[in-house]
Design a binder for this molecule. Structure first.
Ligand SMILES: [Zn+2]
Length: 206
C-alpha cells in the first residue's frame, strides 16, 4: 500500500515535469539548433582558406541564402559545398613560368629539354620537377597551397604536340586537388573527391 502511494506520487511528478517540455517544445527545439556558433565557424573557415589557398579569393555570398536554415550542421555543410564549388570552378589557365638562373641548371639540361622521339620523360625529369618545386617554394601555381615535393604534381604549360618542351619554364607546379580539377572531365564528380572538402567538412558541427 505504501509502495503504491509512493509510485503514484513519483508518477504524477514525472508527468507534471513533462508538461512544460510539451508546452515549450518549440523553444527547446530552437535552442537545440542554435547551439552551434556560426560566426566562429566562418572565422575558422575563412582563416583556413586564406592560409591554405591564398591565390583563390573566396566569397561568402552563400551566407544570405542559408540564413534561414536552423540546423547548424545543414547550414555549415551548405556553406562548405559552396566554397568547394568556388575552388573547383576557379578560372585558371596553365601558363609559362619564370626561368631559374643558369647556376641552378646541370649538365645535359639543354639537350634533355627537347622532346624525345618516343614521348618518354627525360632521364633528369625528377631533377626538373624538384627544381621547379624549389622555384615555387613548394606552392601550387593555381591555389597557392604549400605541398611537399612528393605530394606535388607538375604539368606542362605548353603540350609537347604544341611545341612545348621539358624546360623549366614549361613546368608548372600544382597541388593534388588542383591537378585533379584541371584534368577532370566531370567537375561535379571531382568536387566530391577533394582534400579541401575533407578538410572543411572536419570543421562542421556534429
Ligand atoms: Zn592547388
Amino acid at each position: 500500500m505504501v509502495l503504491d502511494i509512493k509510485f503514484t506520487i513519483i508518477g504524477s511528478l514525472l508527468i507534471f515535469s513533462l508538461i512544460p517540455l510539451y508546452i515549450y517544445r518549440k523553444e527547446i527545439y530552437n535552442r537545440f539548433y542554435k547551439q552551434g556558433d556560426i560566426k566562429k565557424f566562418i572565422r575558422d573557415v575563412d582563416s583556413y582558406l586564406s592560409t591554405n589557398h591564398p591565390r583563390i579569393r573566396f566569397n561568402f555570398n552563400i551566407l544570405k541564402k542559408v540564413e534561414n536554415e536552423k540546423d547548424i550542421r545543414i547550414k555549415e555543410t551548405l556553406i562548405v559545398e559552396d566554397l568547394v564549388g568556388q575552388f573547383v570552378y576557379h578560372e585558371y589557365e596553365l601558363y609559362t613560368q619564370k626561368s631559374v638562373t643558369k647556376d641552378k641548371l646541370w649538365n645535359g639540361y639543354d639537350s634533355n629539354s627537347k622532346l624525345l622521339k618516343d614521348n618518354k620523360l627525360p632521364i633528369d625529369w625528377q631533377q626538373r620537377k624538384e627544381a621547379a618545386w624549389l622555384r615555387e617554394e613548394g606552392k601550387c601555381n593555381r591555389c597557392g597551397t604549400k605541398s611537399k615535393l612528393v605530394d606535388s604534381q607538375v604539368l606542362l604549360a605548353k603540350q609537347m604536340r604544341n611545341g612545348g618542351g621539358f624546360n623549366l619554364e614549361n613546368i608548372v607546379v600544382l597541388c593534388n586537388d588542383c591537378t585533379r580539377v584541371i584534368k577532370s572531365s566531370n567537375l561535379e564528380k571531382t568536387r566530391k573527391d577533394l582534400l579541401i572538402l575533407d578538410n572543411l567538412m572536419r570543421k562542421v558541427a556534429n
